[in-house]
Ligand binder design. Structure first.
Ligand SMILES: [Zn+2]
Ligand SMILES: [Zn+2]
Length: 102
């Protein structure tokens, strides 16, 4: 049988907690780090009201989306660039064939 009066260290506040209180403590400890599933922000439970309000969560999600869009834009630009190169090449090719035909 396991002894309930062993100590276990809290991953949040690093205090030694009696094993029988450990789960209860971890569920309530303000120093426990939580990761938001929606915005992936890591915050301590005790900071939730200041560092991870609904507002901040939404803003963080928007910011992430905007970053993704930025990445997409960059790729779009690269593709457009390549297309332009092809167009340029095509038109110079046309000039050459024009010359030959004349
Ligand atoms: Zn703790
Ligand atoms: Zn969030």
């Amino acid at each position: 049988m396991e002894c309930d009066y062993q100590f276990q260290q809290c991953t949040g506040c690093q205090s030694e907690i009696l094993k029988k209180d450990f789960d209860n403590h971890q569920n309530n400890c303000v120093s426990i780090k939580l990761t938001c599933e929606d915005c992936q922000l890591v915050y301590r439970r005790g900071d939730a009201t200041t560092k991870h309000t609904e507002n901040i969560c939404l803003r963080e999600q928007v910011r992430k989306l905007r970053d993704e869009t930025k990445e997409n834009k960059r790729m779009m630009q690269e593709l457009t660039c390549q297309l332009n190169e092809i167009d340029k090449w095509k038109s110079s090719y046309n000039t050459i064939t024009d010359c030959i035909n004349n």
